[in-house]
Structures are given as structure tokens and as C-alpha cells.
Ligand binder design. Structure first.
Ligand code: PLP
Length: 418
């Protein structure tokens, strides 16, 4: 099958059997069929090479197909694949042990699952079970996943409205507003759920001390703080976990995306001994998952932690992040009418456009130039850059140059329309 026929065949199958509307959007933006990937690059059905600055929304911290993760998965498959469930699982035990070593203090236990939204579901259930309360507070613009429990907590009507009534007892407060957050927490609160940096909401950074204020209020009222590190975890913002910037620990901490090393789906919900005791003491099977904690995913997870340490990726996230942010800020200065701000922490960076439509045009222009970056799920004005942490200086500079050229051409197109 030649390249055009292959593309047409896949688009037809999307249209007939997956999601015609999404298929149309992707084809319109200029996305092809992914054929191969390695390091920071993806190749499509026409053999075109793309620098991946979307990074699977934070999944590809180690880049694509990191050899150490492939090796760990292959080695595991040589002995057994999915665990038999009745036996002890050494890979899960080793990963939980290592996670307890690197996690913020007090987060000693791990529940394993397969995705971010499942990890959030677990956190909500643990919080309710442990506190015997049902009130959950979340933040405007937040994103925690689309299964029904997680969906009830996200601060974006667009995804919630069609499915109401959702889980009762959830209220929303403005993100980053410590006073409003603290005022909402009381003796009926099971949990406050928050991202240390809002990802899908538009790379929103809270002011210093925000998480600390929430931490203190939760402790004061016996409520649990759920710090959702699904996107920010595993050195995306520099330290292992973004909550370290504020020097706090959540009681519960959902993880996913990067922890599977870009090879395996893996979700984890870390929690305190108190939270786990409260749920499991009376019923050790109170929360379970058939595939969660499978040996192959856990082998990948363990190797991921090793690679982040061995390759100094926490430091690299900071140095490459500073270079990329500075470059994007410099480039943005040339377009004061189109770009309002470039902001970020580590390699979690967003560029904010002045209008909704600009992002879509810039995505298409970037693709033409071999750069993949896209706007955030909840905010089309924010072009997000979350490249692999293994990105090098030349690749960062390429991303900045292609971004500049793409906005330049977009501004010319827009000027011609006026
Ligand atoms: C902070 C956060 N929580 C939860 C999720 C849901 O994760 P998943 O898509 O793996 O279910 C996401 C996904 O983008 C996320 O960014």
C-alpha cells in the first residue's frame, strides 16, 4: 500500500469505526499516520520527521522507545507477562518501595492501576472511605480525567454538562486563590483535589504558598489533600513531583503518564499509611484492579525511575526548560498583538494567544515545519510545549525557530483576511 492509500484507509476506518469528528479535525490540522518513533522524534506515513514537543501530554519524559525501558519490558516478558494475581508480585513490590523513597514525606503506599483517571478515581474513593465524608472541593479550569467520578471534579463545563447529574457534593473554587480555597474547606470536607500546575487548563502556575495554605487548611479540618501529579510528576517541572516546589505532601497523589516510561500504560495512586489503613484494614479488597500493577508495567515503571536518576533528567528539565521558555518569550515579543504571555516551570510550558482561533492555525503551520505541539484540552488559547526531558539544546532551538516562523506566517494569513 502506498503512503496516500494507507492514509486514506486509516482515515476511512476512523470515520467508519472510531470517531469521524475527531478524524476530520486531525486530518484538517495536517496530522498523518504515526509509523515510527525514537528519542524526541516521530515519523509519519510519508516519512516526514517531527520533533515531538507535545510529548503525549507528558507521557514521553524519556522520549520514545527508550532502550532501557524496552529492555526492562523484554526481560520481564521472558519470565512472565501479566501477573497471575494469586501470587505475590515482586515488580509491584519493588516499584512501590522505590516510589515511597522518592515521594514527598508520608506518601508510603501505592495502589496500582492503568491510567490517570483511574488513579484519580482511587484517590476520591480513598478520601471518602477514610474520612467518611462526601464533600469534594476542586478548582476552576482543572482537569482530572473523564470517568464519572473524575469528571465530576473537573472545572470545565464543556465536558461535564452532558452527563449531569454527576457525583454529588463537588464544589469548585478559583485556582490559585488561597483565600477562597481555605474558606471552602470545613469539617464536612473529604478532600480538596488540585493540580500543582494546571496542565489541560492552560499551564496555570499558582502563586507560591498556595499549596501550603491548602495543606494547612486540610490538616486543620481533617480533610485530605489530593495532589494530582498525573501530568506534573516524574520531573516534568524539575523535581520528582511539582508539590516539592511548595515543600508539601498531599495525603493522596495520583500519578500516570510518564511513569510508564513511554512504553507501558501505568497509573499509581500514592497515599499515606492512615489513608490506606482506613480503607484496607477492614476489607483488603476494598479497591482492586485486574491489570493494575501488572508485572510488565511495573518493570517499565521501575526502569523509568532509574533512567530519570541515571540521566540526570530532573536537572535537565530545569536547564532545557529555562532555555525553551526564554526562547519562546523572546520569539513572542515580536507578536504583541497575537501573544499575551509565555510561562511555565521546567519542561511544562504554555504560550498564550490573544484569540482562540490562532492556536489552531499555528499548530498546522508548526506541523508543516516538522514540529508537533498542540493547544491544551481545556483552553485553545494555550499552545503547550511538553517535550521529552531528554531534549537537547539544538532541538530546543529548532522548536523555538519553528514556533517563530509559524506565528509569523499565521500573522500574515490573518492580516490578509482583514
Ligand atoms: C492532571 C491530570 N489528571 C488526570 C488526567 C487523566 O489521565 P488519563 O488521560 O491517563 O486518564 C490527566 C490527563 O491529561 C491530567 O492531566
Amino acid at each position: 500500500m502506498d503512503a496516500d492509500a494507507l492514509f486514506a484507509d486509516v482515515v476511512d476506518k476512523y470515520s467508519d469505526h472510531i470517531n469521524p469528528y475527531l478524524g476530520r479535525l486531525m486530518a484538517f490540522a495536517g496530522f498523518g499516520v504515526e509509523m515510527r518513533s525514537e528519542g524526541c522524534y516521530i515519523w509519519d506515513h510519508e516519512g516526514r520527521q517531527f520533533l515531538d514537543c507535545l510529548g503525549g501530554y507528558g507521557t514521553f519524559a524519556l522520549g520514545h522507545r527508550h532502550p532501557k525501558i524496552i529492555e526492562a519490558v523484554k526481560n520481564q516478558l521472558d519470565s512472565f507477562g501479566l501477573s497471575g494475581k494469586a501470587f505475590f508480585n515482586k515488580q509491584a513490590a519493588d516499584l512501590a518501595d522505590k516510589l515511597a523513597e522518592i515521594a514527598p514525606p508520608g506518601l508510603e503506599y501505592s495502589f496500582f492501576c492503568n491510567s490517570g483517571t483511574e488513579a484519580v478515581e482511587a484517590a476520591l474513593k480513598f478520601a471518602k472511605g477514610a474520612t467518611k465524608r462526601s464533600k469534594i472541593i476542586s478548582t476552576d479550569g482543572s482537569y482530572h480525567g473523564k470517568t464519572l467520578g473524575a469528571l465530576a471534579t473537573i472545572g470545565r463545563d464543556k465536558y461535564r454538562t452532558a452527563f449531569e447529574p454527576l457525583m454529588p457534593g463537588v464544589s469548585l473554587v478559583p485556582f490559585g486563590d488561597a483565600e477562597a480555597g481555605v474558606a471552602a474547606i470545613d469539617g464536612d470536607t473529604a478532600a480538596f483535589i488540585v493540580e500543582p500546575v494546571q496542565g489541560e487548563g492552560g499551564i496555570n502556575l499558582p502563586p507560591d504558598g498556595y499549596l501550603k495554605a491548602l495543606r494547612e487548611a486540610c490538616t486543620r479540618h481533617g480533610a485530605m489533600l489530593i495532589v494530582d501529579e498525573v501530568q506534573t510528576g516524574m520531573a516534568r517541572t524539575g523535581p520528582w513531583f511539582a508539590s516539592e516546589h511548595d515543600g508539601i505532601s498531599g495525603d493522596l497523589m495520583p500519578l500516570a503518564k510518564a511513569i510508564g516510561g513511554g512504553i507501558m500504560p501505568l497509573g499509581v495512586m500514592m497515599g499515606t499509611k492512615d489513608a490506606f489503613d482506613a480503607l484496607y484494614e477492614k476489607n483488603p479488597l476494598a479497591h482492586t484492579s485486574t491489570f493494575g500493577g501488572n508485572s510488565v508495567a511495573c518493570a517499565a515503571g521501575l526502569a523509568t525511575l532509574q533512567v530519570i536518576e541515571e540521566e540526570g533528567l530532573r536537572q535537565r528539565s530545569v536547564t532545557m526548560g529555562n532555555r525553551l521558555l526564554k526562547g519562546l518569550q523572546e520569539a513572542s515579543k515580536n507578536f504583541p498583538d497575537l501573544i499575551t504571555e509565555a510561562r511555565g516551570r521546567g519542561l511544562m510550558i504554555g504560550v498564550e494567544f490573544a484569540m482562540d482561533e490562532v492556536g489552531e492555525l499555528v499548530v498546522a503551520q508548526q506541523l508543516k515545519r516538522g514540529l508537533v505541539a498542540a493547544y491544551t484540552l481545556g483552553n485553545p488559547r494555550i499552545m503547550r510545549f511538553e517535550p521529552p526531558l531528554v531534549i537537547d539544546e539544538n532541538q530546543v532551538d529548532f522548536a523555538v525557530d519553528m514556533f517563530y516562523e509559524s506565528v509569523q506566517e499565521t500573522s500574515e494569513i490573518l492580516a490578509a483576511l482583514v
